[in-house]
Design a protein around this ligand. Structure first.
Ligand code: IPE
Ligand code: IPE
Ligand code: MG
Ligand code: MG
Ligand code: MG
Length: 328
């Protein structure tokens, strides 16, 4: 990965939004430091974890085997990035914090389902996730499959019941998310093509499809969901969508790079798996340096998309940088 400090200074001097005022009433933008962003993420993680504890059935609830497995994977760790993106997109347009937190936390249930299934022997066959043995290693394959199913289902139950019950906005969010994790340029579609592609059979268009679909679509939907729950208009949604598309792809490129250059202790995942399994990845197809350049460019483009919001977009812009500079 790009050295954090060097990467950050580079960013400060090159991003156009650092000194401009795009909307006259907005204050001049300052770049938030990586440390400030980390603290912000940590704080949001606390809020999200509290909400997840309220959403998930108690471990002893009958039948306890499934509830234990659901809680095990959700609370094994995790950056809570998708809830944070949902919350921050909502905050950009002063959305209702309570509803944003509930919907954002439901996104973490969907994300955790995707990780449990991604790790199954029939998919990536991983035995380490979030620094702990994977669900199927601890609970067996059948329970792991069902825990994933249960988390996915609970997420939609939670969103449907968020706020005062089903409103037009909640229905739009459900539609948005269901599409983003489905088969048409969504997570499942991306996972299918990921499994059907090896680095020798992939080209750059196919690779971009895999990454944008398996990872990017859900991140973009997390952001759009936050915005949909507020009075954001079509132009706002278009800007948030552009930001989401760029950071979603950048996030998966960074994930590929971390599989090559990261540390198992920091990542909590087995390193070097992609090469071992001949996965189609950005480093495999483009090389490490070019992959870093592509990811940095995507981050710059993502930040530029939010420029009209001036200082209000600082956190999301800081998160975009965090996504490629992270070690976890
Ligand atoms: C890992 O996502 C799976 C991908 C989409 C690459 P994260 O890196 O956000 O995983 P956690 O939630 O922090 O464990
Ligand atoms: C998984 O991508 C994306 C998901 C939909 C979960 P990876 O297979 O690269 O994710 P990791 O590296 O196992 O977290
Ligand atoms: Mg995978
Ligand atoms: Mg995997
Ligand atoms: Mg990976």
């Amino acid at each position: 990965m790009v050295n954090c400090e060097v990467g950050w200074r580079f960013t400060i001097h090159n991003l156009p939004f650092t000194t401009r005022r795009s909307i006259p009433s907005e204050p001049t933008v300052n770049i938030l430091s990586p440390e400030t962003i980390r603290q912000h993420l940590e704080q949001t993680r606390g809020l999200v974890d509290g909400e997840l504890d309220r959403i998930l059935p108690p471990a002893e609830e009958y039948p306890p085997s499934i509830h234990k497995a659901m809680r095990y994977s959700v609370f094994a760790g995790g950056k809570r990035l998708r809830p944070t993106l949902c919350l921050e997109a909502g905050r950009l347009f002063t959305g209702d914090e309570k509803i944003l937190l509930r919907v954002g936390s439901a996104l973490e249930l969907i994300h955790t389902y995707s990780l449990i299934h991604d790790d199954l022997p029939a998919l990536d066959n991983d035995d380490l996730r979030r620094g702990k043995p994977t669900s199927h290693v601890v609970f067996g394959e059948a329970t792991a499959i069902l825990a994933g199913d249960a988390l996915l289902t609970l997420a939609f139950e939670t969103i449907a019941g968020a706020g005062d019950g089903a409103s037009d906005r909640t229905l739009r969010v459900i539609h948005e998310l269901a599409h983003a994790i489905g088969t048409i340029r969504g997570m499942v579609g991306g996972q299918v093509v990921d499994l059907e592609t090896t680095n020798s059979s992939g080209d750059s268009a196919r690779l971009e499809y895999i990454h944008s679909a398996k990872t990017g679509a859900f991140m973009r939907a997390a952001l759009r969901s936050g915005a949909i729950l507020t009075p954001a208009d079509q132009d706002d949604l278009a800007r948030v969508t552009a930001y989401g598309e760029k950071i979603g792809l950048a996030f998966q490129i960074a994930d590929d790079l971390l599989d090559v250059e990261g540390s198992q202790a920091e990542l909590g995942k087995t390193i070097g798996k992609d090469e071992q399994q001949h996965k189609a990845t950005y480093p495999a197809l483009h090389g490490i340096e070019a992959s870093k350049r592509i990811a940095s460019r995507l981050v710059e483009e993502a930040c530029a998309a939010l420029e009209p919001y001036g200082a209000r977009a600082q956190v999301l812009q800081g998160i975009a940088h965090y996504i490629v500079d992270r070690r976890q």
